[in-house]
Design a binder for this molecule. Structure first.
Ligand code: HEM
Length: 232
């Protein structure tokens, strides 16, 4: 029962949150105004504090603590067999433990502005400063590298989590189906990592790793105001 709840919380709400979060972050590709407006929209969600507590923080706490309990109980046998899926499973625990610490750092860093020596302005309540704060943090090499690790670890943890969930809940039964699903999950992990890293790069280079013309093209379609300026 607790185990099922653990798997479920990993997918909804946490997995769903990650997709939405990467979508919002990717708005950095269109520059500071678009991104800050997206952050302001989030801040205007009704009952935001309750959504955060019951939709993010409590599920995260439960998922992390119970995940550590499971890790302590199960014995990995990757060293004995060297079988691919065992290594995946070991990696699932390693990324899980890393993410626990990364997320504490990340939430204190951006939401609260409370990591000494780094950003000291909370983004909560300061949506208009969000882009500038994140851009300045990502100019610090070790911070950038840490976030690349955070994004890729989350992408792998979630993608393989989907696979484990589908096998455990009896959705993926045949060996061939499991194999194909595993490939699909590896593909998803690469895709989510690429999207997350591109969003990060875009805080200091418009459109990120993509040619900037792709983002400019979209902006040309912005609404032209009566005075001739463009609204996006
Ligand atoms: C591309 C790199 C990332 C960027 C630019 C980024 C940006 C942000 C920002 C600006 C906030 C503060 C929002 C606010 O206070 O209004 C935030 C909060 C948060 N981020 Fe990220 N993030 C990134 C990666 C991640 C990853 C990999 C995870 C893992 C799931 C994650 C999980 C969270 C959580 C749980 C919060 C707290 C949400 C809340 O306070 O309601 N972030 N992020």
């Amino acid at each position: 029962m607790m185990r099922k709840l653990h798997q479920l919380t990993g997918i909804v709400p946490l997995g769903a949150f990650f997709f939405v979060h990467m979508f919002t972050n990717s708005k950095s590709m269109s520059g500071d105004k678009v991104f800050n407006d997206a952050v302001a929209d989030i801040h205007h969600i009704p009952y935001l504090l309750f959504v955060e507590i019951f939709g993010i923080f409590l599920p995260l706490l439960f998922h992390s603590v119970y995940g550590i309990i499971i890790s302590a109980e199960a014995r990995p046998n990757a060293l004995n067999y060297g079988y691919g899926r065992n290594w995946f499973y070991v990696f699932q625990r390693v990324t899980g433990v890393f993410l626990f610490f990364f997320l504490i750092f990340h939430i204190l860093n951006f939401r609260f502005g409370a990591i000494p020596g780094l950003n000291t302005t909370a983004i909560a309540g300061n949506a208009d400063l969000a882009f500038g704060i994140v851009a300045a943090e990502f100019q610090i090499t070790w911070v950038f590298v840490l976030y690349v690790l955070g994004v890729t670890a989350t992408a792998w943890h979630l993608a393989y989590g989907f696979f484990l969930f589908a096998v455990d809940w009896g959705i993926l039964i045949g060996e061939r189906a499991q194999k194909m699903a595993l490939y699909a999950c590896v593909g998803l992990a690469f895709f989510l990592s690429a999207v997350g890293i591109n969003a990060m790069v875009a805080f200091n280079k418009k459109c990120g790793l993509l040619p900037s013309v792709l983002c400019e093209e979209a902006e040309k379609k912005g609404v032209v105001e009566p005075n001739g300026s463009r609204r996006f």
